[in-house]
Design a protein around this ligand. Structure first.
Ligand code: KIV
Length: 277
C-alpha cells in the first residue's frame, strides 16, 4: 500500500496542512490565502504559491451575482469545492459553511461532513463569535478542522445594517479578543478576522496561538486573504478599502497572483492605505 501523505513529506513543496500553518505562525512567516471558485483559477492560485485556498460564500456575490452571501446553499459550496479541489496540488483547501447551515450541532456536523466528503475540503469556516463556541466544540470533537470567522460577518449583513468596519469601540474590540480566545479553547484551528482596525488585528493575533488570517485587519496578523475577483480587478463597482488590484502592471493572472503572494510574504501588502484605524 502506498501512503501518499508519507511520500509527499519528501517533496520540495509538500502540500500545506494545519501543521504547516501553525509552523508559519511560529516562524512569523506570513500566510498567503486567496479564494477560488473553479478548477482553472484554483490551478493558477496554487501555482502562484498561495498557502490556503478558500471556497468562500463570496461566490454568491462574485459568481452568482447576488448582493449578499445569504442565498448561497450547501449544495453550491459542495459543487464549487469539488471543482476547486481538482485544481490544487499544494494549497490547503478550506470551504465556507453557508448562512443557516450550522444552527444546531447536528446540522453543522452533517453539513461539514458534506463539505469534506463530497467537496474534498480540509477545513470548514463558519461565522460567529462566542455564540458559536458549542458548534465549534462539537465539530472539533469530531476532528473536523474549523476556521472561526469574526469581525465583520457578511452573513449577518441584514442584522448589522450594512458592511461596516467592526471593533472601533473599545468594548467591541475587547469582545473580539475574548471571542477569539473562547473559539480557540473550543477547538478552532484558525481565526479569520474581517474588516477591523489594525490595532484590533494585532490584539487578536497576540491573544491566540492559532494562526489569525486577516482581510482588512491590518498588517500585524499571521496571514492575509482577499477575494480573487477583487484583487484581479474583475469585480465591478466600489470595492472595500482593503482591496488592492494586483492586475495593475501584471501581464497575466498568474503574475498578479504571484505578486500578491510575494507582497504578503514581504509584508508590503496591506499598506496603510488598505487599513482601518
Ligand atoms: O466568503 C469569502 O470569500 C470570505 C472572505 C471574505 C474571507 O469569507
Amino acid at each position: 500500500m502506498v501512503y501518499k501523505q508519507l511520500e509527499q513529506r519528501g517533496m520540495a513543496q509538500p502540500p500545506v496542512n494545519i501543521s504547516t500553518l501553525r509552523a508559519m505562525k511560529a516562524a512569523r512567516e506570513p500566510i498567503a490565502c486567496l479564494t477560488a471558485y473553479d478548477a482553472s483559477f484554483a490551478c493558477i492560485v496554487d501555482e502562484a504559491g498561495a498557502d490556503v485556498v478558500l471556497v468562500g460564500d463570496s461566490l454568491g456575490m462574485v459568481v452568482q451575482g447576488h448582493d449578499t452571501t445569504v442565498p448561497v446553499t450547501v449544495a453550491d459550496i459542495v459543487y464549487h469545492t469539488r471543482v476547486v479541489a481538482r485544481g490544487l496540488r499544494r494549497a490547503f483547501l478550506m470551504a465556507d459553511m453557508p448562512f443557516m447551515s450550522y444552527t444546531t450541532e447536528a446540522q453543522a456536523l452533517e453539513n461539514a461532513v458534506r463539505l469534506m466528503q463530497e467537496g474534498g475540503a480540509m477545513m470548514v469556516k463558519l461565522e460567529g463569535g462566542r455564540g458559536q463556541v458549542r458548534i465549534v466544540e462539537h465539530l472539533a470533537r469530531h476532528d473536523i478542522p474549523v476556521c472561526a470567522h469574526i469581525g465583520l460577518k457578511p452573513q449577518s449583513v441584514h442584522k448589522l445594517g450594512g458592511f461596516r468596519v467592526q471593533g472601533r469601540e473599545a468594548a467591541q474590540a475587547r469582545q473580539m479578543v475574548d471571542d477569539s480566545k473562547a473559539l480557540e479553547d473550543a477547538g478552532a484551528d484558525i481565526v479569520l478576522l474581517e474588516c477591523v482596525p489594525s490595532e484590533v488585528g494585532k490584539a487578536v493575533r497576540n491573544a491566540v496561538t492559532v494562526p489569525v488570517i486577516g482581510i482588512g485587519a491590518g498588517p500585524e496578523v499571521d496571514g492575509q486573504i482577499l477575494v480573487l475577483y477583487d484583487m484581479l480587478g474583475i469585480t465591478r463597482g466600489r470595492l472595500p478599502r482593503f482591496v488592492r488590484n494586483f492586475m495593475d502592471g501584471a501581464p497575466t493572472v498568474l503574475a498578479a497572483c504571484e505578486a500578491y503572494v510575494r507582497a504578503v510574504r514581504e509584508r508590503s501588502y496591506p499598506g496603510p492605505e488598505h487599513c482601518f484605524s
